[in-house]
Design a protein around this ligand. Structure first.
Ligand SMILES: Cc1cc2nc3c(=O)[nH]c(=O)nc-3n(C[C@H](O)[C@H](O)[C@H](O)COP(=O)(O)O)c2cc1C
Length: 197
């Protein structure tokens, strides 16, 4: 079974509706380590050696965050800037993350229809997530399609609960089978056959 590390960043989790629901469905899953960055580091002083140790213990790394201004909240960026060190994560001697898998789980106010060339956001979420994709690649990780909960403001509590269950199913799928074959034709993991049958 693949072990999963969820790095979660939400600056106002106490006011969250969507992510509270999602986290409630996955934080206690077996084989999943849920790590709330804002809870651990409210002062932004990240314990780099602890974070590296956590990474070493897991096969799959999830960057889970609400989309803020087409990117991630600042502590997630701080984590990337400080933890992914030269000659540890990348560079000639940087092999610590080689062959691990990595993906974004995001929530967006805008709906999926708005994230395309004809929509008001002009680009797809995959395009907005390119810097994460390339960061993962530079570190020798395989970047997987994102899982996105979109149009959050319009989702009912029941729909949100359903998305939380799909998130848990998606993680279960990654624990059991992370082969590229299973994900082919999925621009987002929401489109996995296993979640839609
Ligand atoms: C500072 C800020 C920036 C945001 N930027 C975006 C954005 O770029 N695109 C988008 O679709 N939604 C954006 N939103 C909406 C949030 O993504 C959305 O409210 C959040 O994912 C809902 O999750 P929550 O209930 O857990 O907070 C933004 C919200 C805030 C507060």
């Amino acid at each position: 079974m693949n072990s999963i590390l969820i790095l979660f960043a939400h600056p106002k989790f106490e006011q969250s509706r969507t992510n509270k629901m999602l986290v409630g469905e996955i934080e206690k899953m077996k084989g999943v380590t849920f790590h709330d960055l804002y809870e651990h580091y409210p002062d932004f002083h990240i314990n780099i050696s602890f974070e590296k140790e956590l990474l070493a213990q897991h096969d799959i790394v999830v960057w889970h965050h609400p989309m803020y201004w087409y990117s991630c909240p600042p502590l997630m960026k701080q984590w990337i800037d400080l933890v992914l060190e030269y000659n540890w994560a990348y560079g000639p001697d940087g092999k610590a993350l080689l062959n691990k898998k990595c993906l974004n789980v995001i929530t967006t106010g805008g709906s999926r229809e708005l994230y395309c060339s004809e929509g008001s956001n002009h680009y797809s979420v995959n395009e907005f997530l390119r810097p994460f994709e390339q960061t993962a690649r530079l570190c020798g990780m395989q970047y997987l399609p994102p899982f996105a909960i979109m149009g959050t403001h319009r989702l009912s509590d029941d729909e949100l609960l359903d998305m939380g269950r799909q998130y848990a199913q998606m993680l279960q799928f990654l624990q059991d089978d992370c082969s590229p074959q299973a994900m082919k034709d999925c621009s987002m993991l929401n489109d996995l056959e296993q979640l839609n049958t």
